[in-house]
Ligand binder design. Structure first.
Ligand code: 5AD
Ligand code: SF4
Length: 430
């Protein structure tokens, strides 16, 4: 069961592949399982607490099936380690995000009795030790992790501790993986990293940054669309910005978190960029690709955030005009520098979140409305909610519902947009 970010989705699929190649079968039904693995998220307190309530529900399953083993992977595993077992003795295995290649061995150890914990940060590349993507039922759109970890140490964030330092995977390995995905029918790849635009590696003596990697991937004929997430404003270099104007396979969507519109709060957050820098990056991106959809992340109620600071966030949002965004109440995380600071009252956080989400919601609506009556290429991904309906993605990442057959899955079709909802569009194939 996967919680949290897209990287966890990717990691879960690689772990599944590893277990399948060891002879396991995958089931979505916990009642049928001999092993349940939760891939967890530690980013906010609520996300981590959810894991413990889920674990609690497995007691009855363990009573029914004494051979059932329960594992915790992901960022809660990394952050809490052995403590997880102390708090929830049902847990048999704890595996951190950098140790997934050891999962099959750890499971064998479990079968011999006892528990197994591995939250080391080994120097080897775990992906080189996991089986290659082999799933024949891949969707037309796939994730590819190119970079992991973070060296930025924003004051509120657990990621540098749970995912470790920034590490980029080798271009050879990534090109191989991309080819093996496209051979299986994948036409869109989303490149993943906690700081994806900090990607930096080498091939044949020359440097490869994210722009170079995207340009090379774009040469794979079967690959039609490329996306990347998540970026940091300080790593938006010129070559990447320029690519939005020159590489037609790079989709016009940029998720660029800013967190706050107050320079004082950005400083306290240790973001190491200003509001002006952020706006400057977006201006340059928009010069190259005026229709681009901008997305972001916001935290309200960071310690020390005054009404004026919060109003500056609203002003920033009004200046940018987001197509879509994620916003959260600040959640104090153990071990982070901000956890020592005095918190903003909960009721103020809630009020600010509502106000921000109202503004962001209006902007999203405006962005959706602009599409109506126009034609866009839509990549059909799967069957829709109703029979005879399929769902795909616009270039701007919006889900689009269309009447059509599932034979279209994997095709990019021209669609006229007819109506919109909060998060999706409805259209007709031309
Ligand atoms: N509290 C609230 N939101 C957080 N995020 C990261 N850490 C915290 C925290 N302690 C948000 C940021 C980040 C997104 C992935 O989660 O906005 O960009
Ligand atoms: Fe967390 Fe900041 Fe790193 Fe993003 S850049 S993962 S918010 S520390």
């Amino acid at each position: 069961k996967t919680y949290g970010c897209q990287m966890n989705v990717y990691d879960s699929s690689r772990m599944s592949e590893a277990l399948v190649s060891e002879g396991f079968d995958i089931t979505e039904n916990t009642d049928d399982a001999d092993f349940i693995l939760l891939n967890t998220c530690h980013i906010r307190e609520k996300a981590a607490e959810k894991i413990y309530s889920e674990l609690g529900r497995y007691r009855v399953l363990k009573d029914k099936n004494p051979n059932l083993k329960i594992g915790v992977a992901g960022c809660v595993a990394q952050a809490e380690g052995e403590e997880i077992i102390k708090r929830q003795p049902l847990v048999d295995l704890v595996v951190g995000p950098q140790a997934y290649h050891r999962l099959p061995t750890m499971l064998k150890k479990l079968q011999e009795g006892g528990r197994s914990i591995d939250i080391e940060f080994p120097t080897e590349d775990k992906f080189l030790h996991l089986p290659k993507v082999n799933n024949k039922n891949l969707k037309p759109s796939a994730f590819l992790t190119i970079q992991e970890g973070c060296d930025k140490f924003c004051a509120f964030c657990v990621v540098p501790y749970t995912r470790g330092a920034e590490v980029s995977r080798s271009p050879n390995d990534l090109m191989d993986e991309a080819y093996s995905l496209t051979e299986k029918g994948v036409v869109e790849i989303t490149l993943l990293g906690q700081n994806v635009n900090a990607y930096l590696s080498q091939r044949n003596g020359s440097k490869w940054n994210l722009a170079k990697l995207i340009s090379e991937l774009a040469r794979i004929p079967e690959l039609k669309r490329i996306r990347f997430t998540t970026s940091h404003p300080n790593d938006m270099c010129d070559s990447l910005i320029d690519l939005f104007g020159s590489e037609t396979k790079l989709m016009p969507y940029l998720h660029l978190p800013v967190q706050s519109g107050s320079n004082k709060i950005l400083k306290a957050m240790n973001r190491r960029h200003t509001v002006a820098h952020y706006l400057g990056v977006l201006e340059r991106v928009r010069e190259r690709r005026p229709d681009i959809a901008i997305s972001g992340d916001f935290i309200v109620g960071f310690p020390g955030e005054s009404d004026t600071d919060f109003q500056e966030t609203i002003e920033l949002v009004e200046r940018v005009g987001y197509a879509q965004a994620y916003s959260f109440k600040y959640s104090s995380r153990p071990g982070t520098p901000a956890s020592d600071l005095e918190e903003v009252e909960e009721s103020i956080k809630s009020k600010r979140l509502l106000e921000l989400q109202a503004v962001l919601g209006e902007q999203q609506k405006k962005f959706q409305r602009k599409m109506i009556g126009n034609e866009y290429p839509v990549l059909i991904e799967k069957q829709g909610r109703e029979a005879g309906q399929v769902v795909g993605r616009s270039p701007y990442l919006q889900p689009v519902f269309i009447n059509g057959s599932t034979d279209l899955v994997g095709e990019i079709v021209s669609v006229r947009m007819k109506s919109y909802r909060t998060n999706s569009l409805e259209g007709e194939i031309l």
